[in-house]
Design a protein around this ligand. Structure first.
Ligand SMILES: *Cc1c(COP(=O)(O)O)cnc(C)c1O
Length: 395
């Protein structure tokens, strides 16, 4: 048995920070009032929601009235796409996205195609970047929306959001970005970036699960997501999940305050891991852009082995990693992201994602650099393909 768990899957989810949990606690039993009620405990809840809204707005350079709370990042993505599609369908029915989006965007696009919309899925280069030229060329008379993710959840590549925003603005097309992986890791200002809609999710930056937000620029039309009461200015009815909204607000506030220091620390862990593995293990490839990537993201393909076997052996050593994304594990298809950057099915299957976070240390990196090379050579010793390569080298 291992005596300690090294959690390296922060891109899948994070723990709730104690400060965040403390902020949430009073809103379960003590301050349980309905934010729509007129008496004082209702008003307290209302105030807590509005304070959280201000915190989210401040973190991304928005106005509080441009922030709508949702039940998750997936919900925010769904709403952005379906909501804009419904509100602008008279203007046009064409949407542009990329091939490496999160399923919350890709499958919503698939749904919209069935509803009569046309979707262009832009390719990416070997580093996972979309081409600005492609974005520009894809825009047509009837294009209403561009949806390109800020940073990829599997390979960590950060897109040229600023430039895409400028093109969208120039052409009069709305621009949505799924920033679920970016918020808390990268400084974001929706004004500077020309972003019109942006999705975020609490549990990716040490907040609770099941709460997110959608930023919608003032003046942008979006259809209601849930019809009912007047919550979220009538756009998303239902009694507010106050503890979670408060937690989201506190988490985004902490993330923004500590971003520079956090970023620096996590980047060092990433770099030491990438450099160490590259030096110690032959036949491997780093996936994603070498520098334009999330501070904590490492994604590496190991030739001649199965990612799943690698994960299981790492688990026995107390290391929690991922073979791509939590959303696609359980399916045997290789990651759509790894295929889009040009990997073969075989190489894509031998991939490992490690995502660093607040609780990781240089000691963890040392441990990884000791264990991974051993595990990889043990697995390769069982591979007939590797055997053949070794024999060839000997000749
Ligand atoms: C996690 C994630 C989502 C989904 O967020 P949930 O809150 O888990 O629904 C969407 N997009 C990206 C890029 C993600 O990493």
């Amino acid at each position: 048995m291992v005596d300690r768990i090294i959690y390296l899957d922060h891109a899948a989810t994070t723990y709730v920070k104690p400060e965040v949990f403390d902020a949430m606690k009073p809103y379960f039993s003590e301050h349980f009032g309905n934010a729509s009620s007129i008496y004082s405990i209702g008003r307290e809840s209302k105030k807590a929601v509005e304070e959280a809204r201000e915190k989210v707005a401040r973190a991304i350079g928005a106005q509080p009235r441009e922030i709508y709370f949702t039940g998750s990042g997936s919900e925010a993505d769904n709403w952005a796409l379906k909501g804009v599609a419904a509100a602008y369908k008279q203007k046009g029915k064409h949407i542009i996205t990329s091939k490496i989006e999160h399923p919350a965007v890709l499958n919503t696009c698939k749904y919209l195609e069935k509803e009569g919309f046309e979707v262009t899925y832009l390719p990416v280069d070997g580093d996972g970047l979309v081409s600005l030229e492609d974005v520009r060329n894809a825009i047509k008379e009837n294009t209403i929306l561009i949806s390109i993710m800020f940073a990829n959840n599997e390979i960590g590549t950060i897109q040229p959001i600023n430039e895409i925003g400028a093109i969208a603005r120039e052409k009069g097309v709305l621009f949505h970005t799924d920033a679920v992986q970016a918020v808390g890791n990268v400084a974001i200002d929706v004004e500077e970036l020309n972003v019109d809609l942006l999705s975020l999710s609490g549990h990716k930056f040490y907040g609770p699960k099941g709460v997110g937000a959608l930023y919608v620029r003032k003046g942008v039309k979006i259809s209601s997501l849930i019809h009912g009461g007047q919550q979220e200015r009538g756009k998303r009815a239902s009694t507010e999940n106050i503890p979670s909204i408060v937690g989201l607000g506190r988490a985004i506030e902490l993330a923004t305050e500590n971003m520079e220091e956090y970023n620096k620390r996590i980047t060092e862990l990433r770099e030491k891991t990438i450099e160490g593995l590259m030096a110690k293990v032959p036949y491997i490839k780093l996936n994603g852009h070498r520098t334009k990537r999330l501070p904590g993201n490492v994604n590496i393909s190991f030739q001649f082995i199965e990612g799943e076997s690698l994960l299981l052996m790492l688990d026995m050593k107390g290391v929690c990693g991922s073979s791509g994304s939590a959303c696609s594990s359980g399916s045997l298809d290789p990651s759509h992201v790894l295929l889009a950057i040009g990997l073969t099915h075989e190489i894509a299957h031998g991939s490992l994602r490690l995502s660093f976070g607040d609780d990781n240390t240089l000691e963890d990196v040392e441990y990884l650099l000791k264990e991974i090379p051993n595990i990889v050579s043990r697995l390769r010793d069982m591979s007939p393909l590797y055997e053949a390569v070794k024999n060839k080298q000997k000749q």
